[in-house]
Design a protein around this ligand. Structure first.
Ligand code: MN
Ligand code: MN
Length: 319
């Protein structure tokens, strides 16, 4: 086990960034965004089921077939991917992460009557509509995973930026609906993991980065335990994602492991999908999954991935 020191992986990270070519960054960014949509579509079928119910109904759930409590068509995605795309569009249009623009984008999305809107998300958007304030009130009792599940556009847009810039951008988008320090810590860690993976970091480096979060916030401890039925609490969510990522050796087994734990499965799989996608790369994602997600959604994901990385400091450095 790697020591939970924040220093070590930062050094490795810069060495890796210097050697990763632009083409590789773009391919891994595309894999991260497809991984998010695939995880969402795969997990939605078993969202809120227990592992036992999943076993009974599907044996091992491993195909994108729709259904679930939202009665999705095959290849349809949910709020996790939709809110990511709404955030990404806003960042691309504004040329940055602007609180009012993000709040407006989320409000527009909700006006379209999405099938699924999380409670904290709804409250944050209503707060914006009623007060014009694009920052929800601090509430450490409500550290849901809703800001983390949609964080990928910020991770790609701030690729290669300094930590302060990344944290500011993350909190602007997160606080529109989720203003809780533990949710911030988790979301910022996921951004770091995705960025490390996009830059080609090793699994040991990612594990050290995960352990660094546990060292700072012990509540996230994920080693030596199997969490089933993860709730929408950011801690449950990341415990499952980290454990499954380190326990498995390919994109497919990582996502299968995550969704068969049940609970908030579309969201755990969306987050695992962005990390594992970035880490394993596009050609390790099963063809049957890539081909199953709604084509319009998949194209939007791939296009955003590319455009966001093109706007990032990492890309500007590469010229
Ligand atoms: Mn969802
Ligand atoms: Mn969910």
């Amino acid at each position: 086990m790697m020591p939970a020191s924040g220093r070590k992986y930062k050094v490795a990270d810069q060495a890796v960034a210097a050697t990763a070519g632009m083409h590789d960054l773009l391919m891994r960014a595309r894999a991260a965004y497809s991984g998010l949509a695939i995880g969402d579509a795969l997990g939605a079928t078993v969202e809120f089921m227990t592992p036992r119910e999943i076993r009974h109904q599907y044996g091992v759930h491993r195909d994108i077939i729709g259904g679930g409590w939202l009665r999705l068509g095959k290849g349809e995605i949910t709020d996790d991917t939709e809110m990511s795309l709404a955030l990404g569009r806003s960042v691309l249009q504004q040329g940055g992460v602007d609180a009012a623009a993000v709040a407006e984008a989320f409000s527009d999305w909700m006006r379209g009557r999405p099938r699924d809107v999380g409670n904290t998300v709804r409250r944050g958007i209503m707060h914006y509509r009623n007060t014009g304030k694009a920052e929800s009130l601090p509430n450490d009792m409500d550290a849901g995973n809703g800001s983390c599940m949609r964080t990928l556009p910020v991770a790609l847009y701030t690729l290669g930026a300094d930590t302060g810039t990344v944290v500011r951008a993350s909190r602007i988008q997160a606080h529109v609906t989720h203003n809780a320090s533990i949710a911030d810590a988790g979301t910022e860690k996921v951004i770091e993991l995705v960025q490390l993976a996009v830059m080609g970091a090793s699994k040991d480096t990612l594990a050290a980065s995960m352990d660094d979060l546990v060292a700072r916030c012990p509540v996230f401890r994920y080693r030596d335990r199997i969490i089933n039925n993860p709730s929408g609490y950011i801690v449950d969510t990341l415990q499952v994602v980290f454990d499954a990522f380190l326990r498995t050796a390919c994109f497919e087994s990582c996502l299968v492991e995550v969704v068969n734990r049940g609970g908030d499965a579309d969201t755990t799989a969306a987050i695992a999908g962005m990390m594992a996608g970035a880490f394993y790369g596009l050609d390790q994602i099963p063809e049957r999954w890539l081909g199953s997600v709604n084509g319009t959604v998949m194209n939007a994901c791939l296009q955003q991935a590319e455009s966001l990385v093109h706007m990032s400091p990492a890309c500007r450095e590469h010229g």
